[in-house]
Design a protein around this ligand. Structure first.
Ligand code: ARG
Length: 472
């Protein structure tokens, strides 16, 4: 069924809705109207929905059980043909719904025309799209779980690895590398929660809302809803065909998730530079430069960093499409799928890349440890010692430690290299035991508060995460 000699073209009007039309469409009308290039990705869901609808029409006696059975057999054949590849999608038939129905007609003849009883493409497309997004949420959840798993495995190897923790990208306090990695596991878990929430809310069936007002046929919406794995039929037929907030929610979750991924991607880019030298990516995750032979570029991390541009673009695009649309269905809503499919594809690829890179990173213990001890990252430990051992208020201790840091800075040496006399010139009460807290490792080990970076606490978190991810 090639575009040019399809039955539609020959008769000049659509066989599906052409009853009151006498002449054919402009080619440009056909081009702007057709969505088949995009929505053929919902063919599986479309057939699933039609199978459920046909079974219900048969069970309620709206069509004969023979016709229902013929339709079901025919749909299964169409599904096989589509799965086999090379299905002759026709632009003249506009969209996936009419392409499937037209092929069904070729296969089974007259009963095919009964499938669309008590249904409209408006509830059909809303049903297909919800089913497609439900699967997408599940795939994204699996992608996030794989990413978390890779992070936890890296964390297991690096609990005692000290590195600088940053605020303002200035060296702040030493932390465990595992603690740093686990923070992304927490973030990914909240992303999973957002997709779960979206999935739960979208899992209602619009099928049977028909064009907008419901139908006069005695349909059984509970039956189709449960056959399709929906929690319930949607309670308002206008809402069923008009709502696209479910796609907006998935795109919002995707946007937040992409932004979250971009933060670790950015750190990978930084860590792999000569300036940081915290980590390297293997050849599998690096590219070279066509002019500079020495270059190893973290292109995948850069591309993940860029993905929010596209994914937020999809969210913004669909928000603008839906904004101000009066109820119920308008063709504007056909523009929902391209940005959504694009965003889901981008996010799935970004997740796979992040899981791959998280597993691939190899860390440079010397560079991490050296950087952890730089830039007076133990200054807070000095102030805390003054509070704890000398009983001073924190504000005063902060001042004392600040003066000692300035002195060390003037001499160009770390705090631990100052003499006790130097320290005592700032505060006479300081004694030798102060030196025990002045190292990056001592600093990391000391932060034993719940959620803190001490290896003891981090090991507990790793254990909890391993058990949780293994139990899924
Ligand atoms: N291809 C259309 C879409 O994606 C299907 C619904 C068409 N409905 C209609 N009344 N023309 O939105």
């Amino acid at each position: 069924m090639a575009d040019d000699n399809s039955p539609t073209k020959q008769t000049g009007t659509s066989a599906m809705w052409g009853g009151r039309f006498s002449s054919g469409q402009s080619d440009i009308m056909e081009a702007i109207n057709a969505s088949i290039d995009i929505d053929q990705r919902m063919a599986e869901q479309d057939i699933q929905g039609s199978l459920a609808h046909a079974a219900m029409l048969g069970a309620t006696g709206i069509i004969s059980s023979e016709d229902a059975a013929a339709i079901q057999r025919g749909l299964e054949q169409v599904r096989e043909e589509i799965r086999a590849g090379g299905f002759p999608w026709s632009k003249a038939l506009e969209d996936v719904h009419m392409n499937v129905e037209a092929r069904l007609k070729e296969i089974i003849g007259e009963p095919a025309g009964r499938l669309h009883t008590a249904r409209s493409r408006n509830d059909q497309v809303a049903t297909d799209f919800r089913l497609w997004l439900r699967d997408a949420c599940d795939r994204i959840d699996a992608g996030l779980a794989a990413y978390q798993h890779a992070l936890v495995q890296q964390a297991e190897q690096h609990v005692d690895q000290v590195m600088p923790g940053f605020t303002h990208l200035q060296t702040a306090q030493p932390v465990s590398l595992a603690h740093h990695l686990l923070s992304y596991v927490e973030l990914a878990e909240r992303d999973r929660g957002r997709f779960r929430d979206a999935r739960k809310r979208l899992n209602e069936s619009p099928l049977g809302c028909a064009a907008l007002a419901g139908t006069a046929f005695p349909i059984d919406r509970e039956m189709t809803a449960s056959a399709l794995g929906f929690d319930r039929p949607m309670a308002n037929s206008l809402d069923g065909v008009a709502a696209r907030d479910f796609a907006l929610e998935v795109l919002s979750a995707a946007s937040i998730c992409a932004v979250n991924l971009s933060r670790f991607a950015e750190e990978i880019v930084l860590w792999c530079t000569k300036r940081f030298q915290f980590a390297t990516l293997s050849d599998a995750w690096s590219t070279g430069s066509s002019i500079m032979p020495q270059k190893r570029n973290p292109d995948a991390a850069e591309l993940v960093r860029a993905k929010p541009g596209r994914i937020i673009g999809s969210l913004t695009g669909l928000l603008v499409v839906v904004k101000g649309l009066p109820l119920a269905y308008s063709k504007d809503l056909q523009e929902d799928k391209a940005p959504t499919f694009q965003a889901v594809d981008d996010l799935e690829l970004a997740l796979a890349a992040m899981a791959g890179m998280a597993a691939d990173l190899s860390f440079n213990p010397e560079a991490l440890e050296e950087a952890a001890g730089e830039a007076y990252s133990d200054a807070t430990d000095l102030a805390d010692w003054v509070v704890r051992e000398l009983g001073r208020p924190f504000r005063d201790a902060h001042h004392i430690a600040g003066s000692i840091v300035r002195m060390a800075e003037d001499k160009g040496i770390p705090l631990a290299a100052l003499s006790l006399q130097d320290m005592q010139s700032v505060d006479k009460a300081i004694d030798e035991s102060v030196f025990s807290v002045l190292s990056a490792r001592a600093s990391m080990n000391s932060r034993t508060s719940f959620g803190g970076t001490s290896p003891t606490r981090v090991r507990e978190q790793i254990k909890a995460w391993s058990a949780r991810l293994a139990g899924e």
